[in-house]
Write a protein that binds this ligand. Structure first.
Ligand code: GRF
Length: 209
């Protein structure tokens, strides 16, 4: 009898969001369109009850949950989120507009298995209103970064970046829209790279094998 060829296990994504959810929807659309073979979204979690992103998850019929963080200790809230992710057997956590720092314990629960997207070319302009910060600074090239998450804000090893030119005719909103379009491409590409597995993280450096 020929040896059985093992079927590759699907990559189970857990999405964390706090707001609009356009990055989540771009990932969901990439899966639907067959651009992320073997990847599935197994749970979408919001820390904000009225986040439009969680309503979108419900409309798509995806498993979803709200775990409100407001008024709770970070360690306790994070422990609940980790438990829910583990319950859904999540392999890869994608922060998609999740407006919270993760505790050390959360990061340790998914080593090199948590991604974030940030709308600047890190390490420039971490934190809030990154596009406005870049515009006000007068940079000529802006963009977005997908990085592995550590306990520091917008800080872990960089997986990929995409750039956009800053035009003379821009304002911060127009710039943010063009960056967002690149974010939607970048997140799918980053997930595909992690799912493909042909890489290692050497210190701060993500390197393809
Ligand atoms: C994006 O700009 C992302 O880079 C940042 O938060 C925003 C979330 O947007 N981390 P959305 O909720 O995915 O539309």
């Amino acid at each position: 009898m020929p040896a059985e060829i093992p079927t590759p296990q699907p990559i189970r994504l857990g999405i964390l969001l706090s707001g609009r959810g356009s990055n989540f929807l771009a990932i969901a659309e990439s899966i639907r369109a067959g651009r992320l073979p073997g990847v599935e979204i197994t749970i979408v979690i919001s820390n904000v009850a009225e986040a439009p992103g969680i309503e979108a998850a419900a409309e798509l019929g995806l498993p979803h949950a709200v775990l409100v963080s407001k008024g709770r200790k970070r360690a306790e809230h994070d422990a609940d989120v980790v438990a829910l992710l583990k319950e859904h057997k999540v392999d890869l956590v994608c922060l998609a507009g999740y407006m919270r720092l993760l505790s050390r314990e959360f990061v340790a629960a998914f080593p090199h298995r948590i991604l974030n997207i940030h709308p600047s070319l890190l390490p420039a302009f971490p934190g809030l209103d990154a596009q406005q910060q870049a515009f006000d600074y007068g940079v000529k090239v802006a963009g977005c970064t997908v990085h592995f998450v550590d306990e520091e804000l917008d800080h872990g090893a960089i997986l990929l970046q995409r750039t956009v030119p800053v035009l003379d005719s821009d304002d911060a909103h127009r710039l943010a829209d063009r960056i967002l379009a690149e974010e939607h491409i970048a997140y799918t590409e980053a997930i595909a790279r992690v799912a493909g597995g042909e890489y290692e993280v050497r210190g701060r450096r993500y390197v393809r094998k």
